[in-house]
Design a protein. Sequence first.
Length: 372
Amino acid sequence: MSLQDEIEAGRQTIRAESYSMSIGEVVNLYKDLEIVIRPEFQRLFRWKPDQKSRLIESIMLGIPIPSIFIMQRDDNVWEVIDGLQRLSTILEFMGELRDEATGELEPPSRLEATDYLPSFEDISYEEIDPDRPSFTVGQRLSLKRGKIDLKILLPDSDEKAKYELFDRLNTGGSAPTAQEVRNAQLIMRDKTLFDWIEDRRNNKDFQDTIGISDRRYEEGYDTELVTRFLVLTNTKSADLKAIKNIDTFLSKEVFSYAKRGAFNRQNQKTTFNKTFKLINSTMEDRAFRRFNKNKEKFEGPFSVGAFEAVSVGLAENIDDWITLELNSPGSLESRVTEFWSNSVFTGRSGSGMSSASRIPYTVPEARNHFAV
């Protein structure tokens, strides 16, 4: 097949239309439930007040804003797949944003001062408090008459098109993390698997052992760690050499679990729970910290390399390790300590070492080291 043939074939997988609509029209469609935001998406993406204020500033100054991408479902309802924060910011400021899980309206937001519009400071769309500023009638009309470009992905597009479109739209910018994009795509593919992963994320033993920063929690890094554990425990050592980009690898693998439907969730849940219960009961959050040989103690921040190696190596033989630790307390901590003398592990776990350069070497070493 020639390049032109490939281009033409690719174009046939996506059918889309474009509309330019006023903000007032879009808000009315949202109020009539003809445009919907999936409730799971609301908590995956977050904008700060200054970002929200700059968006309203752009609209009021007539500066074009990026298109909002919509998937048209078979029932003709439009579902937002990109532009969630732009649309949510407008709806929230106008007092029309719903909590999609409860149906209740969210409190209207107030803006912050911007470079061009310093009078935005603390301003609301409609008067809430007579002692605080609000838009005039004319300013409200100006906002509602602002235009939004909508790109509509039609139902007869290839099923993979919406996932590919979502990925390309959301991985080029800096707002969402790779895990946030992965979560949203997984929700579209198989929400039950997304919920299953979220249940593992909420496991108390798991949370007690990882000890990551608040910022990383906000970015969903704990969910990424569950995904890493899940994918690495289900990938043969030889196949780890295929990793070129860890985000791409994790996404491909976890999406395949949804696609083929052969993922034994009960067995994996049991292994996950046993693994992190044993780690928490014996080492707490020390297991995933660097061992300082001179001070003879675990210290420093969370180490993702240690997390991958210890958790995956332990999970391979979890029932044997439970028995061993019961009969010989302290065995796990001794084995983890010894692993920090493994030259392959220490040589591949330094700062600046990419996951693709680390995992194909450290995880197989860990499987051997933690064998019982």
